[in-house]
Design a protein around this ligand. Sequence first.
Ligand code: KIV
Length: 276
Amino acid sequence: MSSSTTLYGGVSGRRVTVRDLTGAKERGERWPMVTAYDAMTARVFDQAGIPVLLVGDSAAMVVYGYDSTLPVTVDDLLPLTAAVVRGSSRALVVADLPFGSYQSSPQQALESAARFMKESGAHAVKLEGGRRVLPQVEALVSAGVPVMAHLGLTPQSVNVMGGYRVQGRGQSGDELMSDAKDLERAGAFSVVLECVPADLAQRVTTSLSIPTIGIGAGAGTDAQVLVWQDLMGLTPRPAKFVKRYSDLAGEMDRAVRAFADEVTSGAFPAPEHTYS
Ligand code: KIV
């Protein structure tokens, strides 16, 4: 990629790579990431130029209907990740390692990541945590697996954190900063910062040479990520940090009611929808 090409919408004819993300950081260029869980939405986001698609374990909630991310498994996420890879041709596709698939050892992390890379075609994996997952990050990177880290509100630890709350206030901000630096040293290519004070996220961003991706972390990060159902207005009660760019729930409600009315009145199907 030439240095004058932008990351968002600029890379064509090939997949975005982790090196492209480093280039964007060096140029001071911000970029968007969204979640995707199926081929058709992946295609829309890919064609819109979104450089990174995350098959988040948020699928547990927005696809499978659980009330946390904990129940979802590698077997649940593999087919969704494969669909997103098939639906996209340009975006870097990151697979989230679900709860219980990497915490016990570097070996377990490697086995889970290898399944995502071999069976779904994912280009990178994401895992949650700071110092406790450094051996996993080192093992993955030395085996050739690009790793996106995730600090701050790490939803897989919701039971330890006592709920979905802002992290990194006061002294715990220093711990988060040192975790971020350790993750960079261990070889992570980027780090998600979820629900942390904006000034902390800004300081982490300027202290690292890898990109930070914020969600509820203010405007000072290199990239921003949102769950697509949140940004499209499909989620009933989104968090404070979500901005809705559309009212998809309202639009779907309108459309399905119009379909139902036309079915019951006999207006659908019309002659133009009918084979002779
Ligand atoms: O699972 C997910 O969707 C995530 C993002 C919110 C960062 O981890």
